[in-house]
Design a protein. Sequence first.
Length: 147
Amino acid sequence: MPPPGTHASPGAHASPGIHASPGIRDYDDDRDELAALKIPTTTVRELRTWGVDAIARATLATLELPHLDGFWVHFDADVLDPTVMPAVDSPDPEGLFPDELLTLLGPLVRSPHCVGLNVTIYDPDLDPDGTAGALLADLVVGAFAES
């Protein structure tokens, strides 16, 4: 299972060894395991320190390689801060805010090398009024829109 976060990983026709995981929490226990597997991670704090746009461009550069047919973007809703996305089973503090996620997702999904996107971890049972689901829909639509 991919780590929490916006996970850009290979699509069906891409090399199975290329992964990136921007948006992981600083305290995530999986960081050591991901490092051992040589899966680069960028924590929320690092995203904010280095700039979300710079990390998005750097991640994209590692995925737009000539020998790859494309890549897949895996977006776990729990990468978002629980103050804006409470409808997840394991809400963790210190997540991304919607504007940060849009800055990260946009360049990835608009790349001609992106072959798909999936959104996971959202739990509609925890969203009785549908506002969290509407936020996710707005984020996906916004990510595909040109800025």
